[in-house]
Design a protein. Sequence first.
Length: 148
Amino acid sequence: MAITFTITCTEDDDEFARKLMQLLNEYGAVEKPDEENGWTIELAKELIRELNHRAKTLLRAAADGEGWVSGGEFREEHGDSALYGPTAAITKAVKRCIRNGKLPEGSTSPIKPTYDPDNPSWQKTGGYTMTKHDAKVFSGAFAALDGQ
């Protein structure tokens, strides 16, 4: 008898998800990433091709940082205005790629800003995150495009 479970984990570093997958693997479960609903190298390459330089720089930094970009460090390296606009450019590129059939319907930005939840007023982002899976995918996509 075969039983199929679909488990969706929203965070790659979630301790509960890791323990659950370890337990399921002990009983012979096979883990398959959901490529149908997630980023693949080919889809990531499509998005990267649509981005301007500033947006590519931020996305590459998130991929190189294994899913984390410090807002302060990024500003230090690229200038105080370096984070003005790249996430909007990424969101617009995702929507454009969906409209042009290059990304599946429902695709969203692979990168998300982080803020201090204890500060309800305007603030600069503390950094940007992406899942570890997406960081690996985008690293692979950048490597493939750099090799062309």
